[in-house]
Design a protein around this ligand. Structure first.
Ligand SMILES: *[C@@H]1O[C@H](CO)[C@@H](O)[C@H](O)[C@H]1NC(C)=O
Ligand SMILES: *[C@@H]1O[C@H](CO)[C@@H](O)[C@H](O)[C@H]1NC(C)=O
Ligand SMILES: *[C@@H]1O[C@H](CO)[C@@H](O)[C@H](O)[C@H]1NC(C)=O
Ligand SMILES: *[C@@H]1O[C@H](CO)[C@@H](O)[C@H](O)[C@H]1NC(C)=O
Ligand SMILES: *[C@@H]1O[C@H](CO)[C@@H](O)[C@H](O)[C@H]1NC(C)=O
Ligand SMILES: *[C@@H]1O[C@H](CO)[C@@H](O)[C@H](O)[C@H]1NC(C)=O
Length: 499
């Protein structure tokens, strides 16, 4: 049976001549045919084209290759054609050059395909780099003769960048966020607020959203390290309807050069509605004045026993939303480098965590982040994220006290750069503004003599620990209320309780 099939196949083979195909391999040097004089040579190529294609090669960086296709001239000289050689020169930061030679498996019997149409071939190879100019030259073999013209046909090809539908699959582009779909939606909540929603990427943890029509009218930073849908409300200083939202991601491999995305601000479906936290606060604030007279009336009407039970329940009920609001408050602690870290900073940190329901941000714990972001950016970001900024001062300078507390990062000998003067200078303008002053506090452990260098700190509320511990905690936990300056102004006596 199989023998019959085999002979049948052999018969077919004999009857229909096989159509030529190509077999390509690299050929760096000159072709062997070049050394020999040929009297009869094939003509030029008719056409040469290049396009990038996504290949199925496993190594990701070579996932985009050139699809080089060419058309043979339909003339009698095609009978002498043995091969076509293609050379590619790439010009970007460095120059690359390589050639392939594609042998035709059969001699050409006809000027066109048996099925009609010109002879067309394509070769997929030559990795394509981003934004690179390529010169692609091709010539037929055997070529005219030794002193003949060079490549018979050449084209230029400039590879596109990461936004191209094929190039976006390059590893470098994927790392820069080419496959990230932020799906930005933005709407104008009111004259002062724009709400921007977008999907974050696990590739990075920081984003900047910019609202601009002609000029920048609003800006906000978003910190998020997982893939999730986030929402940010950005205050704006101009007409935002129709404005552009530009989202700049800061991914690990591309830093500030990542692919930026855009969206358009439209009107929110329900304009005028304020954000949920404001809402709940205003509801509570609005109802309390009405509830109090009602309670008074109730005292007259109801018997004392019933009243007491009722009030008990009332207190129970109202206390629930308050406890729900008790999220930890973020505190950025800055301290001069001469301060005794282990004894003072750690002690203070533990005190904040255990007694003042605080989440503490310390430079010592975020060394890596500071190195990545730069100290100014880090301080600015942390200041924004924090509910309170505490300048921790102490005269308790001791050479043998350095050490680490809590988180493992940072060793005693790793000399930390002193962020204190930087923080002081960076936040100094806030200290002059009543609107921002409430965010700052000064804490002493020994004596209340602010060094002359930090005069501006005199305007901040000051506390001497542990003496003022209770007042300090109360103040800290009432971050929402803008406490009038100077009210908490206390002289810290020379002998604060020892640590
Ligand atoms: C193409 O033909 C040349 C000359 O016959 C030979 O040296 C070369 O190895 C061939 N290349 C391939 C890929 O078959
Ligand atoms: C390469 O280009 C040729 C000619 O345009 C086309 O027929 C072929 O499908 C392309 N190959 C791939 C993998 O895209
Ligand atoms: C290719 O680019 C080079 C340099 O820019 C230019 O001199 C040449 O004319 C271009 N060739 C084609 C075919 O466009
Ligand atoms: C983009 O987000 C909108 C609103 O959340 C959603 O309806 C839509 O399906 C999302 N589109 C894509 C492509 O994820
Ligand atoms: C953003 O997301 C929030 C919560 O899912 C939703 O209420 C709001 O309508 C969204 N806004 C926009 C502009 O998509
Ligand atoms: C941009 O905002 C400014 C300030 O509100 C406004 O006067 C201007 O018309 C806006 N431009 C566009 C193009 O919307």
């Amino acid at each position: 049976m199989s023998l019959v099939l085999l002979s049948l196949a052999a018969l077919c083979w004999g009857a229909v001549p096989q159509e030529p195909t190509i077999q390509c391999g690299s050929e760096a040097g000159p072709s062997p045919e070049w050394m020999v004089q040929h009297t009869l040579t094939p003509g030029d190529l008719r056409d040469l084209q290049v396009e990038p294609v996504k290949s199925r090669v496993a190594t990701e960086d070579y996932s985009v290759l050139m699809n080089i296709s060419w058309i043979l001239r339909a003339d009698a000289s095609i009978r002498f054609l043995k091969a076509t050689k293609i050379c590619v020169t790439g010009k970007s930061n460095f120059q690359s050059y390589s050639c392939v030679r594609c042998n035709y498996t059969e001699a050409f019997q006809t000027q066109t395909r048996p099925s009609g149409g010109k002879w067309t071939f394509s070769y997929i190879g030559f990795p394509v780099e981003l934004d690179t100019l390529y010169f692609i030259g091709a010539h037929n073999i055997p070529n005219a003769n030794m002193n003949g013209d060079g490549p018979s046909l050449s084209v230029n090809f400039t590879s596109p960048g990461c936004l191209d539908h094929v190039m976006k699959y390059k590893k470098k582009c994927i790392e820069a966020g080419s496959l990230w779909d932020p799906n930005i939606t933005a709407c104008k909540k009111n004259e002062k607020m724009v709400e921007v929603n977008f999907t974050t990427s696990p590739l990075g943890n920081r984003y900047m959203a910019l609202i601009q029509n002609n000029t920048v009218i609003g800006l906000s930073n978003v910190l998020e390290n997982k893939l999730t849908r986030t929402s940010v409300v950005i205050p704006v200083t101009g007409e935002s309807e129709g404005a552009v939202v530009q989202l700049t991601p800061y991914f690990h491999t591309c830093g500030s050069d990542c692919i930026r995305r855009r969206g358009i601000v439209v009107l929110c479906p329900h304009t005028g509605a304020s954000s949920p936290p404001d809402n709940s606060r205003s509801v509570l604030g609005g109802w309390l004045p009405f509830l109090l007279p009602a309670l008074l009336v109730a005292t007259w009407v109801l018997a004392v026993g019933i009243y007491l039970t009722w009030r008990h329940e009332r207190i129970k009920k109202t206390s629930f939303p308050t406890t729900a609001l008790l999220s930890p408050i973020k505190v950025l602690v800055v301290y001069p480098s001469e301060i005794c870290f282990h004894h003072t900073v750690c002690y203070f940190t533990k005190f904040l965590q255990n007694h003042c329901r605080s989440e503490v941000i310390l430079e010592k714990w975020q060394k890596k982040k500071i190195a990545e972001m730069g100290p100014v950016q880090w301080l600015t970001t942390q200041k924004k994220a924090a509910d309170k900024v505490i300048f921790l001062l102490s005269n308790n300078v001791n050479n043998v006290c350095d050490g680490t507390c809590g988180k493992s990062e940072g060793s005693p000998h790793e000399n930390s750069q002193d962020l204190f003067p930087l923080a002081f200078n960076l936040f100094c303008s806030d200290l002059r503004s009543q609107n921002h002053l409430h965010k700052y506090m000064v804490v002493y452990f020994r004596e209340a003599d602010t060094k002359d260098d930090y005069d501006a700190l005199h305007v901040c509320p000051k506390y001497c620990l542990m003496k003022d511990a209770a007042a300090f905690c109360t103040e800290l936990l009432h971050v929402e209320q803008h406490v009038s300056v100077g009210k908490r102004w206390r002289a810290c006596h020379n002998r604060c309780s020892a640590l």
